[in-house]
Each structure stands twice: as C-alpha cells, then as structure tokens.
Design a protein around this ligand. Structure first.
Ligand SMILES: Cc1cc2nc3c(=O)[nH]c(=O)nc-3n(C[C@H](O)[C@H](O)[C@H](O)COP(=O)(O)OP(=O)(O)OC[C@H]3O[C@@H](n4cnc5c(N)ncnc54)[C@H](O)[C@@H]3O)c2cc1C
Length: 308
C-alpha cells in the first residue's frame, strides 16, 4: 500500500463515505495534478474531529476550495485535501434598513454568492462575479478585481485552528493587503465569514455583474483551463502581463502549457499540459522578465505537493 492508500484507509475507518482517493486534476481549474486523499467535511464538528485525528496521526492537510489558484503536483500530494461542503457551504441573509448582513460558510461558491447578492439587491460583491473560487479561498487570498476586494465588505472571519479550536477575528485584525491576509501565515481553516453589504436596485446590480462578466470574457482566455493571474503585481505596480509581453513571451509554449496570447499573465492548459510543463514555463517567464526588465516576478498561484 502506498502512503495515499494507507492514509485513505486510516481516515475511512473514522469517516466512512467522506474520504476517497481523487485526482487533483479533477479538483483544480488548471486540470493538472495526480492522486490525493480527499476528505469532504460537512460540519464544523466533523472538521474539528478530522483535524484532531490528523494531528494525532501526524498526517498533513491542505484546505482546497475550487482549486482556482493552485498548481498541484503531477505526483499528487501527501496532504489530505480537505473540502468544505454541506452546512459549511450555506449562506444566511439578513436584511436591515441600513444594509445586508451575510453569514457565509467558507465553502460557498463565490460567483454564485455574487450573483445571488445582485439578484437580492445586496451591493458590494459585483466585482467577484467572475472569480471562480470559494468564499474561504477568497478571504485567504483577499481576492479582488477592478479596485475592490473581499476585505472591503468583511466584518469578521471564523476559523478553526489545527487543534480544532474556533476563533472569530474582526476585519481589521485580518491584516489584509494586496492578495494577502494573515491566514496565509497561519494553520487555520476559514469556516465562516460575516459580510456587510449595501442596498441597491437588483436590476442595476445585475447589469453591473453582466458588464463585468463581459469585460472578463473579452480580456481573459476563459475557453482554456487556467488559474487566473500567475504572477502578483510587483510593488512598483507595473502589470505582470505587460512585463511578460515586453519580454516577448506571449505564445511561448512548454509541452501543453502556453503563455496566453490574449493575456500574458495567464498560462493556459492547451489540452495535455502537465504541472511540470506549467512549472517549467513559470520559471522561463520569471527568468526572462528579470533579464529584460530587472523585475523579479513572484507567483500569486500557490503550490500543492512536490515542487522540485
Ligand atoms: C479564470 C480565473 C479568473 C480569476 N480571476 C481572479 C481575480 O479577478 N481576482 C483574484 O483575486 N483572483 C482571481 N483568480 C484566482 C482565484 O480564483 C482566487 O485566488 C480565489 O480566491 C481562490 O479561491 P479557491 O476557493 O479556488 O481557493 P484555492 O485555489 O482552492 O486555494 C487557494 C489558497 O486558499 C487556501 N484556502 C482555500 N479555502 C480555504 C479555507 N476555507 N480556509 C483556509 N484556507 C483556504 C488554500 O489552502 C490555498 O492556499 C482567478 C482564477 C481563475 C481560474
């Protein structure tokens, strides 16, 4: 039995029906990556039990949302991939005279939430309509677009730490920055989020959502598997896409991975890319941009599994 199989059978003794071996290519938007043990968690109690068990057994874990910002190793990973579902993917909507208060599970699908907010007349999440992650992943990354980010409407975040203890952190203490939150430095699971939204005309919000989706369709190579922007904007604020284009890298290919001709900060899977291809292309882009412009690009995407 290999380590994935033995971890799977150990966890199955405690959580039968919720643990299985899956291919990471089926769980990530780049559609690459090998086998992993997946545990689908449907409540905070179950999550606390699972984290307790992994701590006792020395099993590493990784929280996976929609896998829309992840490059997963072709060999898979040792970590148990924990996915939030059931009661951890629900939203409670409360409307007051002054605005909306939303209590949202970490596993909620962000574009669906954004669409539902527009339809109910809750304003402030229109920017998120085309960001294909979960609410937990969006808070972890402080996902944003068009000058807005998740931090703007966030009141508090509830997390469970690796011992299974719950804690609520108010917005100011989340240390949000550009694609950054304190959760990137912690071993916690974002189980719930409280958002404060405004009130507006649903028709106006829906049309803004539509406008944003159209803009994104024009700008991004959405017909191919991808993980959004590969590199973070450098501190100087020059768009990585421009630096990559100026380095003559649009259309550069390694195996099945290609620097998009439509948006150079996207690497697309043209059909048969491996994570290895994508990783090699990322290294080529980083080195070429450094040589051409002196700017060192850093990845926005995150890695799961072996990297060498
Ligand atoms: C087509 C496309 C367009 C995109 N456009 C944008 C954009 O406009 N703006 C933008 O900011 N991003 C964008 N992204 C990137 C991505 O969608 C965001 O970073 C998103 O927030 C990631 O959410 P996820 O649930 O997929 O997280 P994953 O990719 O699954 O995970 C990302 C990180 O978050 C952690 N994480 C996930 N859930 C939790 C949780 N509940 N608790 C603790 N940690 C957690 C993971 O461990 C991992 O480290 C785009 C991606 C694609 C494919």
């Amino acid at each position: 039995m290999n380590s994935v199989e033995s971890t799977c059978s150990l966890l199955r003794e405690h959580f039968p029906g919720d643990v299985e071996i899956l291919q990471l290519r089926d769980l990530t938007t780049w559609q690459t990556g090998g086998p992993a043990v997946s545990a689908t968690v449907t409540s905070s109690v179950m999550l606390a039990d699972l984290l307790g068990l992994t701590a006792r057994e020395g099993i590493p874990w990784f929280i996976l949302g929609q896998g829309s910002n992840i490059l997963a190793s072709d060999e898979g990973c040792r970590e148990v991939v924990i996915r939030l579902s059931g009661s951890m993917a629900l939203t409670a909507w409360h409307r007051f005279e002054s605005g909306w208060n939303l209590v949202i599970g970490g596993g909620v699908h962000l574009p669906s939430l954004s669409g539902a907010a527009c339809s109910r007349g809750a304003s402030g999440l229109e920017f998120a309509i085309g960001i294909p992650g979960t609410v937990g992943g969006a808070v972890f990354m402080n996902a944003g677009a068009y000058g807005n980010s998740v931090a703007d409407s966030l009141k508090s975040v509830t997390v469970l730490d690796y011992r299974g203890s719950a804690n609520t952190i108010v917005g100011e203490e989340c240390c949000f920055g550009y694609r950054f939150s304190r959760f990137q430095k912690e071993r916690t699971v974002i189980t719930g989020v409280e958002l404060s939204l405004g009130i507006d005309d649903p028709a106006v919000l829906r049309s803004e959502g539509k406008r944003i989706l159209e803009l994104r369709r024009k700008k991004f190579p959405l017909q191919y598997p991808n993980a959004g922007s590969v590199f973070r904007k450098p501190d100087e604020g020059i768009a990585p896409g421009k630096l990559i284009e100026d380095a003559g890298l649009k259309g550069r290919t390694v195996g099945g991975a290609r620097v998009s001709r439509k948006h150079a900060n996207f690497i697309i899977n043209t059909g048969k890319a491996t994570s290895e291809d994508i990783m090699e292309l990322i290294d080529i882009v980083r080195e070429s941009v450094l040589a051409c412009s002196g700017m060192l690009l850093k990845e926005e995407i995150r890695y799961l599994g072996r990297r060498d």
